[in-house]
Write a protein that binds this ligand. Structure first.
Ligand code: HEC
Ligand code: HEC
Length: 487
């Protein structure tokens, strides 16, 4: 199933087949060029090391050059190598002012691709349009009327930030929704989707992968990749920041906060592996069997508690960011994307591709007290709420559910790595947080409190200019950021 699909094909751009640019290089054992350059490994042979370095060098050139027969965009058009391979909002604004004919400014990522005069407010937030095939067992619904309104081509579009390609040696699967298993598949999808190109030679895809696999945000990240490549079990890999740095008192305090509040989901050395299943499972409630999309509660206990879905090996998680973004659309403060229009979806899930027996509508129609905004209670005294536990009017991005067609994956995303995080603002799949300060505020005000096992209730009063009580004090936030900055 190829899930990143070219809008190009829909609006009728030609799809040239793209010729190989790699003929000159002998790609001895390119398959072995994944992870840190082989010459840095104790066991790497010299021949292999040389060929890997060559492949990575060719891959870098391919990364920075548009393939023939494309719309002129290279990978580096969006993954700007001078900016740690992300797309900075400030850079987009500058480029639009100084060079509006740059290939970045393509109708594909215009606010409205059909407008007579194209504008790029989403791109100026660092957001790129991602078009996905709706799974066969899903429909879209009009959020207000509930009528099925699936477009004839069965595609949906969402806006997502540009993740870095640094540290990809330790971050598979790829994309925020984990839909690509290998860097080669990912690159081929990107050439079609973003550059309106055709099939790329396997050797070129391998070279691009080799380049990306050798890019690290720091020696700490490279250290982790080396250990992984050697087959060291992830739980036995020492945290490099504890080996390589002498932590300042502030960083040490930040580490303690990380260990208590962040590690359960982000993990140790790799920073992208869930280690506490209790925390993960708490974010994955079971839904009522009535197809409403509301959460199933155990009403034999007082107060009723959500029944949790049984997902022992699931590595994705709904942190509630898409829900916050939806609130941002209706005036909720502190969300970076509030002033650009995000899509407003509701989805109907069915048992199978015949789309005859619905299993859930997500988000469900909100039933709440208009004064207190609290959910109404059902006949058993349980709140009538969807998987975000708040009244939610629409979804801006279904996340992993658009890949699996499973309502449990609604608004769930892959665990992002935190290595090099200080370099890659804005944050979250849809750039909801502009800075690390905004991100930590979101965790302190809207996330950590909902996980009782993290033992961080809202104990601190609102800060100046805010109305929301906090899980962290201003000092704790500063310490946590001091620690995140050395990852
Ligand atoms: C128009 C901008 C744009 C272009 C051009 C582009 N990308 Fe991306 N890239 C993105 C966006 C946006 C995402 C996230 C998409 C998602 O998760 O749905 C992404 C995701 C990725 C990821 C996943 C990283 C991770 O950790 O999950 C990799 C790797 C990547 N791109 C490599 C490439 C390569 C290689 C090329 C060139 C062949 C390329 N990109 C071209 C915007 C772009
Ligand atoms: C319950 C699990 C969970 C906990 C606890 C958690 N995170 Fe996350 N974190 C996630 C998920 C899932 C995402 C991706 C969400 C999205 O993009 O929608 C994420 C995203 C992030 C990002 C953005 C990464 C990027 O590249 O945009 C940062 C930074 C981050 N978390 C830091 C933290 C810190 C700091 C803490 C502790 C205060 C923490 N996280 C606690 C699950 C968690």
């Amino acid at each position: 199933m190829v899930l990143i699909t070219g809008v190009g094909s829909r609006i009728g751009f030609p799809r040239a087949s793209t010729r190989s640019a790699l003929s000159a290089v002998s790609l001895l054992a390119l398959g072995a060029c994944s992870g840190p350059a082989a010459d840095e490994l104790d066991t790497g042979s010299v021949t292999q090391a040389v060929s890997c370095k060559k492949a990575a060098a060719v891959g870098e050139e391919l990364f920075e050059t548009a393939f023939p027969g494309t719309n002129g965009r290279s990978c580096a058009t969006c993954h700007v190598l001078a900016d740690h391979a992300v797309l900075k909002p400030a850079r987009v604004a500058d480029l639009l002012a100084t060079n509006p004919t740059d290939p970045l400014f393509n109708a594909l990522d215009a606010d409205d691709p059909t407008a007579a005069e194209l504008t790029y407010e989403h791109l100026k937030k660092g957001l790129v349009r991602v078009v996905l095939d709706l799974p066969d067992n899903m429909d879209t619904l009009d959020p207000l009327t509930g009528e099925v309104n699936t477009p004839p081509d069965r595609k949906i579009a969402v806006w997502r930030g540009v993740p870095t390609i640094e540290n990809t040696a330790i971050t598979a699967p790829y994309q925020f929704d984990g839909r690509e298993a290998t860097l080669q598949e990912q690159a081929q999808g990107a050439v079609i989707a973003h550059s309106e190109g055709g099939t790329v030679a396997q050797a070129d895809l391998d070279a691009i992968a080799a380049f990306q696999m050798a890019e690290f945000s720091s020696n700490r990240a490279k250290y982790v990749a080396k250990k992984l490549k050697k087959g060291v079990p992830v739980e036995n890999i020492p945290r490099p920041e504890l080996r390589m740095d002498e932590l300042t008192p502030a960083q040490q305090r930040g580490l303690d906060i990380y260990n208590a509040s962040c590690e359960p989901c982000h993990g140790g050395a790799t920073t992208n592996l869930i280690v506490d299943r209790e925390v993960h499972d708490f974010a994955l409630p079971e839904l009522k069997p009535d197809g409403s999309g509301n959460v199933l509660f155990d009403t034999s206990v007082t107060p009723p508690t959500p029944v949790l879905a049984d997902r022992p090996n699931d590595e994705f998680l709904n942190l509630g960011i898409a829900n916050l973004t939806a609130f941002g659309q209706i005036g909720f403060p502190g969300i970076f994307t509030s002033d650009v229009e995000m899509p407003q979806y509701r989805f109907r899930f069915y048992t199978d591709a015949t789309r005859t027996v619905p299993t859930a509508d997500l988000p469900p129609i909100p039933e709440f007290d208009p004064v207190t905004f609290q959910p109404l209670l059902d006949e058993n005294g349980a709140p009538i709420v969807g998987p975000n536990f708040t009244p939610q009017f629409f979804s801006t991005d279904p996340g992993r559910a658009a890949i699996t067609g499973d309502p449990h994956d609604f608004e769930a995303f892959d665990m992002p790595p935190l290595r090099g995080i200080a370099n890659t603002a804005p944050y979250f799949h849809d750039n909801a947080a502009e800075t690390l300060v905004d991100l930590v505020n979101i965790y302190s005000r809207f996330i950590i409190q909902f996980f009782p096992m993290l033992n961080r209730p809202l104990v601190n009063p609102p800060e100046e200019g805010s109305v929301f009580p906090e899980s962290f004090t201003p000092e704790e936030k500063a310490d946590l950021i001091a620690f995140l900055e050395i990852l």
